[in-house]
Design a protein around this ligand. Sequence first.
Ligand code: ADP
Ligand code: MG
Length: 289
Amino acid sequence: ATPTALLVGTGRGAQLGIVIKGPEVLESTRRIDTVVLDKTGTVTTGRMTHTGTVAAAGETPADVLRYAGAVEHASEHPIGRAVAAAAGTVPPVEDFAAVSGFGAVGTVAGRRVVVGRAALLDQYGMTVPAELDGAVKQAGATGATAVLVGWDGSARGVLVVSDAVADGSAEAVEELRALGLHPVLLTGDHAAAAETVAARVGITEVHAEVLPAGKVDVVAELQRQGRVVAMVGDGVNDAAALARADLGIALGTGTDVAIEASDLTLVGGDLRSAVDAIRLSRRTLRTIR
Ligand code: ADP
Ligand code: MG
């Protein structure tokens, strides 16, 4: 590849709303056969909204939302922000801690309140009563995320939080397939929610409930199997995987850390431009070979 031809590709990229770190980036895209897509904020909009609350026996939905909202008030996670917004005015929180990939904890009115995945509640010695199982399953079946809220040794309720599949995601996946590329969905979210979103956009290979530190391992494992991997992501928890991938593509709407770790940035945050980027790189290389 001559530098001049690659620079032509870079210029065309700018026209398509794709920022390329350096012309040499395009060379690595030639043999890409697998495209790993982060779920939340990449395939989905990432704009989370709280859509419902289910309380365990002896609790009210209002209390469940109020305690959770108080904790999440200090959270920067999209789920946390959605819960805090839905809760409105809440009591103050002390000793707040975000647990990356799991949830958040804080003390509200003297109670240690845990908000997040079942594994996090378990870590705080809290059990989940069977009566909440139905709500958790139902949330997953609709592609939503079930957020457990617990205090005093037990889960007290479930908050349902969801975001929509982004416009163009299904089309982008279809275009990837048309280019002969294998799409993979990668997320820290529950398996049921992940499978539902995957089915909606036409992805069959799903890696769910992957911890933030584990995303890079999934990419590395695919590479070990001989795959050449592009990764598309937006979050802090995607950064290591984006750096590890043969081609890291960040959404321009994503976090600075993700953008810095990537080879390409999609200005508009539309997954279809990821396909444009891969197509462009192939075309650029064809003209120079
Ligand atoms: P993703 O890979 O989809 O971007 P994360 O790794 O950020 O997701 O989080 C994984 C899961 O941990 C979420 O789907 C949610 O169940 C839980 N979680 C993380 N942070 C919070 C929070 N602040 N409040 C409630 N749940 C949370
Ligand atoms: Mg994300």
